[in-house]
Design a protein around this ligand. Structure first.
Ligand code: FES
Ligand SMILES: [Fe+2]
Length: 318
């Protein structure tokens, strides 16, 4: 059996973890994320003493203090102080918080709840490229949908003329472009030509899609004959089977004719259009058996490959 607990998932932006413990949920499990001396820790959000949420406590030097009776826990989870006991009384060995693996990378806090099967996915090199501007375009949000349903949607392009008519697609040109899949590290890739249509008369861009299992998609756009490039990185975190937190990191190496506010508003609008549809899908969990839905050879090639790969990995929903 393969379990989503064995993969790294981003749970917060690094900057969200300052001097206070922060509660999050990952794979239906409550966690508290806290920082001391610059280092981030992730605990099960429960104090062994009386079961209070540790996220209601505070950071005390390099320890996390419980908000109920003030027990202190070190970063490895060991209890170092029980204020109600006289100093000569030993701290019971069972007095521990459950600590999980945690790392900070790409400005995000990543948690793995079990023995990791693979490393944190690699970001494309433009993420560290100083000619790219990322900061104004990053965003995040939460949908009442399954993480794999969101990835399937991000990888799908035959919905553009219908869900994003007038922005990304034209109902009069609904035929999906032909694509070829290639294997890449931990996933697969394909390129589509953004069709020139009446809504996008000057946009003959090429978009390279990369799906990294289980829950990452990057879309790298370039204009043939131009150095202008734009990259979107989407990460979907399974809060539970039916709730997904997404992180979007977007960067471009040019100034668009639209302002940053206009670009962000357009992205939000497109994402709201997708959200309505994806939250309506049933069954909520992406069916891992291809026979459960009707897939079309051609337009559904990325979806078919994504389902196949998830199944091959032996992923099971909670
Ligand atoms: S419940 Fe945490 S110290 Fe008592
Ligand atoms: Fe969409």
């Amino acid at each position: 059996m393969n379990n989503l607990r064995q993969y790294w998932h981003p749970v917060l932006w690094s900057k969200e973890v300052a001097d206070k413990p922060v509660p999050v949920k990952l794979l239906d499990q409550p966690l508290v994320i806290w920082r001391a001396n610059g280092n981030v820790s992730a605990f099960y959000d429960l104090c062994i003493h009386r079961g209070a949420a540790l996220s209601l406590g505070w950071v005390n030097g390099d320890q996390l203090a419980c908000g109920y009776h003030g027990w202190n826990y070190a970063a490895d989870g060991s209890c170092t102080r029980i204020p109600s006991l006289p100093p000569d009384r030993e701290i019971p060995a069972k007095a521990r918080a459950k600590a999980y693996r945690v790392q900070e990378r790409y400005g995000l806090v990543w948690v793995c709840l079990d023995e990791p099967r693979q490393d944190i996915p690699e970001f494309p090199t433009e993420f560290g490229d100083p000619s790219f501007n990322w900061e104004p375009y990053t965003s995040e949000g939460q949908w009442r949908a399954n993480a794999a349903r969101m990835i399937e949607n991000l990888a799908d392009f035959s919905h553009f003329p219908w869900v994003h008519a007038g922005i990304l697609g034209d109902p009069d040109q609904a035929e999906a472009p032909a694509i070829t899949l290639t294997e890449t590290k931990g996933g697969f890739q394909y390129e589509i030509d953004t069709p020139v249509n009446k809504f996008r008369p000057n946009s003959a861009a090429k978009q390279l899609y990369t799906v990294i299992l289980p829950f990452m998609v990057t879309i790298q756009r370039r204009q043939p004959g131009s150095v202008e490039r734009h990259t979107n990185i989407y990460l979907c975190t399974p809060v539970s089977n039916h709730e997904t937190k997404f992180y979007r990191l977007a960067g471009r190496n040019y100034r668009d004719v639209k302002t940053d506010d206009q670009l962000n508003a357009q992205h939000r609008r497109i994402f709201e259009q997708d959200k309505r549809i994806v939250e309506s899908q049933r069954p909520e969990e992406l069916p891992l058996d291809l026979a459960e839905e009707l897939h079309l050879r051609g337009p559904d090639t990325p979806a078919i490959e994504y389902h196949r790969r998830l199944k091959q990995m032996g992923i099971e929903w909670l």
